[in-house]
Design a protein around this ligand. Structure first.
Ligand SMILES: Cc1cc2nc3c(=O)[nH]c(=O)nc-3n(C[C@H](O)[C@H](O)[C@H](O)COP(=O)(O)OP(=O)(O)OC[C@H]3O[C@@H](n4cnc5c(N)ncnc54)[C@H](O)[C@@H]3O)c2cc1C
Length: 211
């Protein structure tokens, strides 16, 4: 379920449990038994196509197996890369919200100050993680910190900017509520906030609460 671009894709990367453990497969969408159904009526990320991939008695040649991708580590390591992009992208949405909001009252300035502080902290965090990544030293729990914090704070910034704009904040004339709704999806995908909290909690305590 909830696979981005599934209705448009020519090939799907599917991870399946096999006798040799979790294995990756490149699955042409035209293969008999493969179907992609568009998920409609979304209130978030509406410009992005999302679908469910149905696999019903699908048969593939051995050449469809991804040769170097074995075990859960393969899909998870790809997520460690993708989540760093999320840590940056969420801040872009927050920055446009902040640029849209207007300063006037002192209370509004306090809101703007707090949002600017969180936005800059988020940039520094994403930059630090990116530099660790470039040096080949980044750890998944550090990416969890960046994804959890930056998406959560970006959503808070979008909500706060919505209040600054008053009723205009709910209009599509301004980008704020659109960013806010899109960030609700971002809070859930690439690891939900709760799952990233569990990853960080495991690192802090040495106790896994989810396996
Ligand atoms: C627009 C959009 C596009 C997407 N694109 C893709 C894609 O391209 N590829 C892809 O693979 N996925 C994609 N997803 C799916 C996304 O990764 C999942 O929705 C997400 O992982 C959450 O899974 P779920 O919806 O099954 O919720 P669930 O796993 O049922 O979670 C429901 C709630 O329970 C919490 N929860 C779950 N387990 C635990 C636990 N052990 N302890 C505490 N709390 C827990 C969750 O944090 C959440 O709050 C997309 C989602 C959206 C909205």
């Amino acid at each position: 379920m909830w696979i981005t671009n599934a209705p448009l894709a020519d090939v799907a990367v599917v991870w399946a449990r096999t006798e040799e453990g979790i294995t990756g497969f490149a699955v042409p969408m035209q293969t008999p038994g493969v179907q992609a159904n568009e998920i409609r009526h979304k209130l978030s990320l509406r410009a992005s196509s999302t679908g469910e991939v149905v696999l019903d008695d699908v048969r593939l040649p051995a050449s469809a197996q991804l040769p170097l991708a074995r075990g859960l580590k393969a899909p998870l390591s790809c997520l460690t890369e993708a989540r760093q992009g999320i840590a940056w992208g969420a801040l872009g949405a927050a920055r446009e919200c902040l640029d849209t909001a207007i300063a006037g009252f002192q209370l509004t300035q306090a809101k703007l100050a707090d949002m600017a502080v969180e936005l800059q902290k988020g940039f520094l965090l994403a930059l630090h993680v990116a530099r660790l990544n470039d040096a080949g030293k980044v750890r998944p729990e550090q990416v969890s910190v960046a994804k959890l914090n930056n998406v959560r704070e970006s959503l808070t910034i979008a909500r706060q900017c919505r209040t600054i704009l008053g009723a205009n904040g709910i209009s599509l004339e301004y980008p704020v509520l659109r960013h806010m709704n899109n960030l609700e999806s971002v809070l859930t995908y690439e690891g939900t906030s709760e799952v990233h909290q569990l990853v960080i909690g495991q690192q802090l305590t040495g106790i896994s609460a989810f396996s």
